[in-house]
Design a protein. Structure first.
Length: 250
């Protein structure tokens, strides 16, 4: 049963800029926004976003909502997507890579590029002959103890790598708040697979269609406010097909 006395959110306590135990992540702010629309206080069940996350939170009925979940995942019942984003190339604002727009750009040849191991852009690096010099960072970690995205951006700022590739909602907000000398380039020009854009939904328990429909209605009615909240956090928002970026006026 979905609680009618609180908005019970399942979240990672150390997944900033998305979610964090001090509730400063943009998913925390989105949870507060949803709670206000439902006139419910927000309560959290914290668990690392790794193996067992859904089993130990949503499926265990300790909470009723995962704020951010990729569309089409069988572990949850997805709401309609509330934003689409893309992987990004992050480079120094000043320098020979600042004009790069895609992973096939000749200026990237011979450069050392940071990549989260096993993520879709890895295939694009391999196709473009960039994987041999790439520096891999761990994909599945307990963010309470290790933060690959921050490590990668620190390495880029220090000059240990020449460029970084990160999922937009992870990398771009960090650049906005902490790395003023870096530039974020959404990878919307990659035409070959695998795709680098993904639609993000909220996740609820399988079978809870009434709750899903309630959230779908809330998303539909408040899409402009949701877009503004995400954009303000620095999340790159793309069109549904990942071919162009949305201009959001905050």
């Amino acid at each position: 049963m979905v609680s009618n006395s609180a908005l019970r959110v399942c979240a990672d306590p150390a997944n900033f800029p998305m979610s964090s135990e001090d509730e400063t992540g943009f998913e925390n702010k989105l949870a507060e926004f949803i709670g206000s629309k439902l006139e419910l206080p927000v309560e959290y069940t914290w668990y690392p976003m790794a193996t067992g996350f859904i089993r130990n939170t949503l499926k265990a009925k300790k909470c009723d909502l995962v704020i951010g979940y990729a569309q089409g995942h069988e572990l949850v019942l997805n709401t309609n997507h509330y934003f689409t984003s893309v992987y990004t190339l992050i480079v120094p604002k000043e320098g020979d890579l600042a004009a790069a727009q895609s992973l096939s750009d000749p200026v990237l040849k011979g450069k050392r590029i940071g990549i989260i191991a096993g993520t879709p852009p890895s295939a694009h690096l391999a196709r473009n002959g960039l994987i041999a010099r790439a520096k891999a960072y761990n994909l599945v970690v307990d963010r309470r103890h290790e933060s690959p995205a921050v490590d990668m951006l620190d390495d880029l700022a220090a000059g240990d790598i020449d460029a970084a590739i990160l999922w937009g909602p992870l990398g771009a907000p960090l650049v906005k708040t902490d790395y003023p000398d870096l530039k974020v380039v959404p990878l919307i020009r990659e035409e070959l697979p695998p795709r680098l854009f993904f639609r993000i939904t909220m996740g609820v328990r399988q079978g809870e269609k009434v709750w899903q429909r309630k959230l779908n209605s809330l998303i539909r009615r408040n899409q402009d406010d949701i877009n503004a909240l995400l954009s303000d956090a620095g999340v790159p928002l793309a069109s549904d097909l990942g071919t162009e970026m949305l201009e959001i006026s905050n």
